[in-house]
Design a protein around this ligand. Structure first.
Ligand code: ATP
Ligand code: MG
Length: 684
């Protein structure tokens, strides 16, 4: 049978450039199949070729093939690749998507089975938080003590484990869980009342329906003749169960994955699904792909050596089909700013060599790291895009700060007025803003002047008047601070944040998001120092937006390493390899060795995105969480094989007065020994 298939396959163009193991994976069509392989070995390629093959071979109609990936971007990419091969025949491939999108589709058809109407809404994180806050308010729970985001993460954890409130048992170890479970019960009830689902529900409800309605389950188990899953190593318990139900009849499930790229345990991913696949699916055929088609030998050796430091792994061989290529660059910089300059210089060199910006990526551990690069790129006019994140100046808290500054700078800035007149809350609601707008328009006033006039004429509700008046007075005071008292623009923003109550608003609600916001504002204050005055800073910000609008075509890609999963670029920059940042302190603190190993897998994912070269860097000083800190090189740097690495730029700006480094410096026993010093000693 396989032999026949192989003969037939030769007629298909799309199969001709697959290697033998890949062909085997494509042609093994009956029964469970697990493809275990390292990065860049063609797992996704096999999956898309397999979909095409199933359809070309008429083993199933397109709508009988279920293909699941993790992100919309990956699903889109998969759809494109299959469409390219199948052309018209790809029409009807209606079950290709993410776990969430496919679950939503199923759930809409059978919503009644979980008490919903088919037009249920899917709520986003903001709505979730709002709902939890309301519940906490009703129950007199202090959200300063128990942050809504934390509550939601616990609830999400339960949902990922397949647990509805009535099946959940609060852990005795975590004293907060009992209270959270009570909230979970109300939360689920409220969602039902609102005819709504959160993301976790989409899968959870489907599994409930499958478990309790054989007739409904039958529709899908009969229909899905083939099931294919990419990035299987990152599935969680409930997703595993979802798949298990759907394969009950035909059992033609093919999952591809790489245990070394499992990076979502913090979202409940269970590597067990992957490692125990053949126990759950009897008679599983396992195929390994051992050729890497993506990266040069140097890249692959560096990545393989690094990941070999993990104890907990299957372990695999991966040889590249590519030449050795350039050595991996390892750069040390004086500080984060220099790192951004160094990276942009390297990018400019690549541009001169006619490389495309689209083929260059900067992958960071934490999204705040993008700011330094954005500043630099804006300064030199290098177009960039942020994948899976918001650009620095588009973040809500940054826009708020800028709006305050703009309004102070010129009182006709109505957009800014509207944005911040009620942030933080001053009892100036939407209706009042509409009134101010109407009145101002009629009399050709700016909103600020219109508001003043309305107060003068006593045409504003007393409660609103109070808040509005205090806002207007503050704006006048700050204007005075700046233009008469000559307070500098950085100090000015600090005063604004203080006196407006903006900082307090963020500090009062302690959750991760607000901490990030405060962090971003601190970053903004540092960025502002670069400018002589408010005017030049605001000009810079205005330009930040207009530069971006001008460039639609080629852009450097900035994203987190998490978001880069499955993608590939010619050149990959990996900045910020410093202890605490990468590996991230929190991962290690919370999960010990397991956390460290997950960070190392993340490094492996990062390096293996590169086709032609990877450029790793760290800096000796970094502005981090509001302070300048001396940083130590990441322990991962010491784990890279010397022979594949080219160390340079260690002494960028070595003539700088405040950066004198004596290469003969000996580190005394017991002193804080920054990794980079150890490192410099090693390379002498
Ligand atoms: P990751 O683990 O990062 O998700 P992957 O195993 O899914 O990687 P793919 O993205 O499918 O790998 O393939 C990596 C690159 O190698 C792609 O550019 C792909 O087109 C190419 N490739 C895969 N197999 C072959 C082959 N047999 N011949 C030529 N190129 C190939
Ligand atoms: Mg892939």
């Amino acid at each position: 049978m396989i032999y026949n298939d192989k003969l037939k396959m030769l007629n298909f163009e799309y199969l001709k450039n697959l290697n033998d193991a890949q062909k085997k994976a494509v042609s093994h069509l009956s029964g469970p199949l697990l493809i275990v392989a390292g990065a860049g070995s063609g797992k996704t390629k096999v999956l898309t070729s397999r979909i095409a093959h199933i359809i070309k071979q008429k083993k199933a109609y397109p709508n009988q093939v279920l293909s699941v990936t993790f992100t919309n971007k990956a699903a889109q990419e998969m759809q494109n690749r299959v469409s390219k091969i199948l052309k018209k025949e790809a029409i009807g491939l209606s079950w290709l998507g993410t776990f969430h999108s496919i679950s939503a589709k199923i759930l809409r058809r059978h919503a009644g089975a979980v008490g919903l109407n088919s037009n249920f809404s899917i709520i986003d994180q903001n709505d979730q938080v709002r709902l939890i806050k309301n519940i906490c308010k009703d129950r007199n729970i202090d959200i300063k003590q128990l942050a809504p985001k934390y509550i939601l993460s616990v609830i999400d954890g339960w949902k990922n484990k397949g647990l509805y409130p009535n099946k959940t048992i609060a852990s005795k170890k975590n004293i907060l869980e009992k209270g959270i479970l009570a909230i979970y019960k109300i939360y689920q009830k409220k969602l039902l009342d609102l005819n709504a689902c959160d993301f976790g529900d989409l899968i959870l409800h489907c599994v409930y329906i499958f478990e309790n309605n054989n007739d409904i389950l039958g529709i899908y188990t009969n229909n899905f003749k083939y099931i294919l899953v990419d990035e299987y190593q990152d599935t969680n318990f409930i997703q595993g169960k979802w798949l298990n139900f759907l394969t009950k009849k035909h059992r033609n499930i093919c999952c591809v994955g790489d245990d070394d790229q499992s990076i979502y345990s913090w979202r409940g991913a269970e590597i067990k699904n992957f490692l125990e696949f053949d126990k759950v699916y009897k008679d599983t055929k396992i195929i390994r792909l051992e050729k890497n088609y993506r990266s040069t030998q140097n890249i692959l050796e560096v990545a393989s050596k690094l990941i070999s430091h993990n104890q907990n792994r299957v372990g695999k061989n991966l040889v590249t089909t590519m030449e050795s290529g350039d050595l991996i660059k390892l750069n040390c910089y004086k500080n984060g700013k220099d790192e951004a300059i160094g990276v942009s210089d390297e990018i400019e060199k690549k541009l001169k060599k006619k490389n495309s910006l689209n083929d260059i990526a900067i992958l960071v551990r934490a999204i705040f790291q993008t700011r330094e690069f954005e500043e630099r790129f804006l300064k030199i006019g290098l177009p960039y895009r942020i994948i899976g994140g918001t650009k620095f100046y588009e973040r809500a808290e940054i826009k708020d700060c800028i709006a305050y500054l703009r309004l102070i700078y010129q009182n006709k800035d109505d957009l800014s007025f509207e944005r911040i007149v009620n942030v933080p809350k001053r009892s100036v609601g939407d209706t009042s803003i509409k009134e101010i707008n109407k009145f101002s328009k009629k009399n050709s006033f700016s909103l600020e002047n219109g508001a003043k006039k309305l107060i003068e004429l006593n045409l504003i509700k007393p409660k609103t008047k109070l808040g509005l008046n205090s806002f207007l007075n503050l704006i006048s005071k700050w204007r005075n601070d700046y233009s008469i008292k000559k307070i500098n623009h950085v100090k000015l923003l600090q005063i604004v944040l203080d006196e407006s109550g903006y900082s307090a608003m963020l500090k009062n609600k302690k959750d991760l998001e607000n901490e990030n916001r405060l962090e971003n504002i601190k970053e903004l204050l540092v960025a502002m120092k670069e400018f002589d005055d408010l005017a030049s800073f605001l000009e810079h910000v205005a330009l930040a937006t207009s530069i971006d609008q001008k460039w639609d075509g080629e852009k450097v890609n900035l994203m987190t390493m998490h978001a880069s999963k499955g993608l590939e670029f010619d050149f990959v920059f990996l900045p910020g390899w410093e202890e605490g940042l990468f590996p991230h302190q929190k991962s290690i603190e919370e999960n010990g060795d397991k956390g460290l190993e997950e960070e190392r897998r993340l490094a492996y994912v990062g390096i293996t995105r590169a086709k032609k070269n990877a450029l790793i860097s760290f800096s000796l000083n970094r502005f981090y969480q509001g302070n300048w800190i001396d940083s130590m090189a990441s322990r991962f740097i010491n784990e890279l094989p010397e022979k594949n690495i080219e160390k340079n730029n260690f002494f960028e700006e070595k003539n700088d007065e405040d950066f004198e480094f004596n290469q003969d410096f000996e580190i005394e026993e017991g002193t804080k020994s920054p990794g980079w010093l150890r490192y410099l000693k090693k390379i002498k």
